[in-house]
Design a protein around this ligand. Structure first.
Ligand SMILES: [Zn+2]
Length: 222
């Protein structure tokens, strides 16, 4: 797999604990996408250490959506000095679902004092630019990050290899997810970096994956 220089991938491979894939861009602004669960952060820390990074190196931690297996670790990163950000509707959703949060994590729902909200449009990281795409459906306030220069899409739990995110969780909406998928299909993606499972490389393979998902989950005319 040919990764862009300075992109580090930390896939989650345990079958017994649910956590997300994390992606670290050692760029002009050192950016971590989806740190995962707080209690599993030491796994990420150990993996990053093998590449010569510490959690303190992270300057900006982003979350694709407000599920604890993606965003809970933001709080620790904030403590360590990173800025943290998510979509405004993601933060609002977290506030509204404290009971479910505690049910899922067994921990009290924390405050998420974000430093700024990500929203549709450009997110400038020094000389690098991510395009933020609002892609609700799996969760409210769900976003994808498109690194156009490298053709990389960080798709969170919107799109996986041969699958899409669940819509049966609180705030899920299949019609919105179908629309979000259409939006992503318009991008020129060379490397799909999803929130769970394997990555997918190659413009043809990524396109085919989009079409396959659309056909299978939403019907040919969706
Ligand atoms: Zn999720």
């Amino acid at each position: 797999m040919s990764l862009p220089e300075r992109l580090y991938v930390y896939p989650w491979e345990s079958y017994t604990e649910n956590n997300c894939n994390s992606y670290f861009l050692d760029g002009p602004v050192k950016t971590l996408i989806d740190p995962g669960h707080a209690h599993l952060l030491h796994h990420l820390e150990a993996r990053m250490a093998q590449d010569g990074f510490t959690l303190e190196d992270v300057q900006l931690a982003l979350s694709t959506h407000p599920h604890p297996d993606h965003c809970e670790g933001l709080l620790k990163l904030k403590e360590l000095g990173a800025l943290i950000a998510m979509h405004e509707e993601a933060q609002a959703f977290i506030k509204s679902f404290s009971t479910q949060w505690e049910h899922v994590t067994g921990r009290k729902m924390p405050e998420f004092p974000v430093d700024f909200f990500v929203k549709e449009g450009r997110l400038t990281l020094g000389s690098e630019v991510f395009h933020v795409l609002e892609t609700p459906g799996h969760a409210p306030g769900s976003v994808c990050f498109y690194w156009e220069k490298e053709g990389v899409l960080f798709s969170g739990d919107v799109v996986f290899v041969q699958s899409v995110g669940r819509v049966d969780l609180p705030g899920g909406n299949a019609a919105l997810l179908a629309r979000s998928l259409e939006k992503l299909m318009g991008l020129d993606v060379r490397l799909l970096c999803p929130g769970h499972g394997p990555m997918l490389e190659g413009r043809g393979a990524v396109k085919e994956n989009f079409y396959l998902i659309r056909q299978y989950f939403f019907g040919p005319q969706a």
